[in-house]
Design a protein around this ligand. Structure first.
Ligand code: PLP
Length: 411
C-alpha cells in the first residue's frame, strides 16, 4: 500500500483564488448582465515590452540554424543575463556579487517554495502575517508547520503580525528561529521596511545564526528614496540573506516566466555538529539535480529588460500601474477608508468597513459595486478585517471601480 505525504492534508482544501473564482462565477450566473471589474488578481495586463519581444524574436531565429542553435543551457542561467543583473541591479547600488551567486529560474514562486528543501526539517520558521501564502504552505508540506491551530495558522510556525497598530512593522521573534521570510515591498499590504528596520533583522539573523529569505519581487515599484531595493544594501546581509527577484511584475513576465535568486557564498547553514556549510553549494546542487534551466529565448527576452530601450519601456509600464495605484489609494482615502500601501507597491491594503470580516466585505463589494478584490484573511490570520486591491488593471477599469465603490457603498 502506497502512503501519501499527510502534511498535504493539513492545508486547507481550497486555494484562496479558487474560492474567489467560485463566488464570482455564482454571482455572474445570477447577474448575467453586469460587467465585473477584477482588482483582485495579481497578474499584469501586458503586453511585454517591445525590446523584450524583439530580443526573443531574434533568439528564436538563432534556434533555426545549427551554428547558433542552443540545446541544454547552464542550469544556473546564461552569463549574458547574469552579468546584466549584477551590473544593473546590484553594482549600481554598490553591491558586489560573483556570477555564481546568481541562479536564473522560471519564477520566484518556485524558488521561494523550493528553497526550504535545503534546510533541516527541525528549523522553526518565522513568517510575517499577512503574506504571500507560498512560504507557509511549502513549509507545511515539508512538515515544518505542525498541526493547524484555532487561529487559522499552524502551531509550529511563528507568525509575526503586521497590522495598522504596529504600522506593518513586524517585531523580532521572542524565541530563536532558524528561517525568516520577509517580503518587501510586501504582498499583500504594499508596505515597506526602512533600512533601519531591516537592519534589526539582519542583526538578529547574525546573532542567532538564522537565515533571512528576502522576497523582493516588487522591488521595481519602489518610489521613495530611502527604501532599500535589496537586502544587501544592509551591512552584514551578505552573510545571512538569500534574495529573490522576478521579472514577472517588473517586465510583464508572469506568463513568460523568468526570475532569479541570489545566494551569496558567505551565507551558511549548520550541520547537527555545528559545522558551517555554504548554502550556495546546496542550492547549486539542488538546482543542477532538479532543474534544467530557463529557455534561451526567455533569457534573451529578460536580458533585453536591461538595455536602454528596455529600461525605458519597463519604467513606462511600472509608471502606468503606479498611477493606477494612486487612483485607488486616493479614491479610497477620500471615501474615508483607512488605506495602506500603494506608494511603493502595486497593492493597496484597506481596512474593511465597520469591522466587517474580510469575506463579508468581499461579498458586499461584489454585490453592491460589482468589483472583485481579495479578502485579507486569505493571506494569514492577521489579514482578517483587511482587503487587498491591485493596481494591475486597465486604467479605465481602475477609475470605474473606484466610482462604483463610492456609489455602491454610498460613501
Ligand atoms: N513573490 C511574491 C511576493 C509574489 O506576490 C509573487 C507573485 O504574485 C511571486 C513571488 C511569484 O512570482 P513569479 O511569477 O516569479 O513566480
Amino acid at each position: 500500500m502506497v502512503t501519501i505525504n499527510e502534511n498535504y492534508l493539513k492545508l486547507s482544501g481550497g486555494y484562496l483564488f479558487s474560492e474567489i473564482g467560485r463566488r464570482v462565477t455564482r454571482f455572474k450566473a445570477e447577474n448575467p448582465q453586469v460587467h465585473i471589474i477584477n482588482l483582485g488578481i495579481g497578474d499584469v495586463a501586458g503586453p511585454l515590452p517591445q525590446a523584450v519581444i524583439e530580443s526573443m524574436h531574434q533568439a528564436v531565429d538563432e534556434m533555426a540554424w545549427p551554428e547558433t542553435f542552443r540545446g541544454y543551457g547552464p542550469e544556473q542561467g546564461y552569463d549574458f543575463l547574469i552579468n546584466s543583473i549584477i551590473e544593473h541591479d546590484y553594482r549600481s547600488r554598490g553591491i558586489e556579487l560573483d556570477a555564481d551567486e546568481i541562479f536564473i529560474s522560471d519564477g520566484s514562486k518556485c524558488d521561494t517554495g523550493n528553497i526550504q528543501e535545503i534546510f533541516g526539517i527541525e528549523n522553526v520558521v518565522a513568517i510575517t502575517d499577512p503574506v504571500y501564502p507560498v512560504y507557509v504552505d511549502t513549509n507545511v508540506m515539508a512538515g515544518r508547520g505542525g498541526e493547524a491551530d484555532a487561529a487559522g495558522g499552524f502551531e509550529r510556525i511563528v507568525y509575526l503580525p503586521c497590522n495598522a497598530e504596529n504600522s506593518f512593522v513586524p517585531q523580532l521573534p521572542e524565541q530563536r528561529v532558524g528561517l525568516i521570510y520577509l517580503c518587501y515591498p510586501n504582498n499583500p499590504t504594499g508596505t515597506t521596511l526602512s533600512k533601519a528596520e531591516l537592519k534589526k533583522w539582519v542583526d538578529y539573523a547574525r546573532e542567532n545564526r538564522s537565515v533571512i529569505l528576502y522576497d523582493a519581487a516588487y522591488e521595481a515599484f519602489i518610489r521613495e528614496e530611502d527604501i532599500p531595493h535589496s537586502i544587501y544594501e544592509i551591512e552584514g546581509a551578505m552573510e545571512v540573506a538569500i534574495e529573490f527577484r522576478s521579472f514577472s511584475k517588473t517586465a510583464g513576465f508572469t506568463g513568460t516566466r523568468c526570475a532569479f535568486t541570489v545566494v551569496p557564498k558567505r551565507v551558511v547553514g549548520y550541520t547537527r555538529e555545528s559545522e558551517a556549510v555554504s548554502l550556495n553549494r546546496l542550492w547549486n546542487r539542488r538546482q543542477t539535480t532538479k532543474f534544467n534551466g530557463v529557455s534561451y529565448v526567455v533569457q534573451r527576452g529578460a536580458a533585453a529588460v536591461y538595455t536602454p530601450e528596455g529600461q525605458r519601456q519597463v519604467r513606462e509600464m511600472i509608471d502606468y500601474y503606479m498611477t493606477n495605484a494612486s487612483i485607488i489609494r486616493n479614491g479610497l482615502l477620500k471615501m474615508g477608508f483607512q488605506v495602506y500601501g500603494g506608494v511603493n507597491a502595486p497593492y493597496i491594503w484597506l481596512k474593511t468597513l465597520d469591522g466587517m470580516d474580510s469575506w463579508t466585505f468581499f461579498d458586499r463589494l461584489l454585490k453592491d459595486a460589482c468589483v472583485v478584490g481579495t479578502p485579507g484573511a486569505g493571506f494569514g490570520p492577521a489579514g482578517e478585517g483587511y482587503f487587498r486591491l491591485t493596481a494591475f488593471g486597465a486604467r479605465e477599469d481602475t477609475q470605474e471601480a473606484i466610482e462604483r465603490i463610492k456609489n455602491g457603498l454610498k460613501l
